[in-house]
Design a protein around this ligand. Structure first.
Ligand code: AHG
Ligand code: MN
Ligand code: MN
Ligand code: MN
Length: 338
């Protein structure tokens, strides 16, 4: 057992060696992200013992009341990743503007965007939360990046991943060569490769959507869910199961484990608030779409492939429909039928 362990660092170094351009910069960056996630995991674990449950008195740029742990996790990500010289700037759900690398630290060639604590409404009820991140290249020759430099389509991501703080803490990531999962062994403080080459089955009998929004949905989404709910005697001729954790990380992880479809579609209520969706393109939809596609799944707004979207704002929101290929294709088909 012991002599066969592969740590996340070893895995990444070996993966990078295969690409001749590797300089060690990327491995260093990933190590700092891993450290940040271990620190966040520790905070999430301790919970009320260290007084990190509950809300802060602030609101973020999304108009959400921030949880104490949203702010702490954001800070941990910044502090862990600002000093080493791998990054030119960072962007986060919890910050209005981009975070340039402070004077006094070297600047590097990558940009990092993250959702420091995904599903943070679950913190106080002791249900799984996570951290989502996406690594982009800073445009060449740009010394001090602006927010506009972050607005690259998801297809340009160098790496995307998430940490899931659940019964086990896990890290799942892709650099465009498949998806691999690592479990944190807290005794030795290392993420160990436990889920090699994760893949999403093309078919599924499980959907995830917040049903309380039913009355606001567009007709194609209603049609799809209506058909699922009708079960064996309906047009699909089979029964479906439903899950809704309200942590995208947990939903995507379930889909990577046993298949499924996850939807946070556009609806009339979101439109009336001027929003293009609920989930954020840069630090939720894009990284998760990269992972899902790399695992053989599909990810769409219902009308377009998410990874092809040209972002127009760091905090842009989009509809998200992702998971098992045949089901996502079906929902996309319903959209194109009108
Ligand atoms: P966050 O906690 O980072 O703001 O993200 C919450 C997101 C996502 O994780 C989840 O799928 C969705 O919001 C839940 O939304 P509802 O509360 O509307 O179900
Ligand atoms: Mn939030
Ligand atoms: Mn989130
Ligand atoms: Mn969040």
């Amino acid at each position: 057992m012991l002599q066969n362990l592969t740590t996340i660092t070893q895995f990444i170094i070996e993966e990078q060696r295969k690409s001749h351009a590797a300089t060690g910069d990327f491995t260093g960056l990933l190590n700092d992200i891993v450290t940040a996630c271990k620190v966040i995991s520790n905070g999430v674990d301790k919970g009320e013992l260290i007084g990190v449950l509950g809300s802060a008195e602030s609101e973020n740029v999304q108009g959400e009341t921030q949880k104490k742990m949203d702010i702490i996790s954001n800070d941990v990500m910044l502090k862990s990743n600002e000093w080493a010289g791998h990054l030119a700037a960072m962007g986060s759900e919890e910050m209005d503007d981009i975070y340039p690398i402070p004077e006094g630290y070297p600047r590097g060639k990558y940009l990092l965007v993250f959702d420091p604590l995904d599903g943070s409404s679950n913190m106080d009820v002791n249900v799984s939360v996570g951290t989502i991140f996406s690594i982009l290249r800073a445009p060449e020759g740009v010394d001090k990046p602006t927010a506009a430099d972050f607005l690259q389509p998801g297809t340009t991501q160098v790496c995307a991943g998430y940490a899931l703080y659940g019964p086990s803490t896990m890290m799942v990531l892709t650099t465009g060569q498949g998806v691999n999962g690592f479990t944190l062994d807290k005794d030795i403080g290392e993420f160990i490769l436990t889920h090699r080459n994760m893949t999403i089955p093309a078919d599924t009998g499980e959907f995830a959507i917040n049903m309380s929004n039913y009355r606001h949905w567009e007709p194609p989404v209603r049609r799809y869910i209506d058909e699922c709910v009708q079960g064996k005697t309906g047009p699909r001729g089979r029964d479906f199961n439903m899950r809704w954790v309200a942590s995208m990380v947990a939903e995507v992880h379930r889909i990577l484990t046993r298949g499924g479809i996850f939807m946070y579609p556009i609806d009339e209520k979101l439109k009336s608030k001027g929003q293009g969706g609920k989930l954020r393109l840069m630090y939720e939809a894009n990284p998760m779409s990269f992972i899902v596609e790399q695992a053989g799944g599909m990810s769409s707004t219902g009308r377009e492939r998410i990874l092809d979207l040209q972002p127009n704002d760091l905090h842009q929101r989009v509809p998200v429909i992702l998971g098992s290929k045949n089901e996502v294709e079906r929902v996309v088909g319903y959209h194109s039928e009108g």
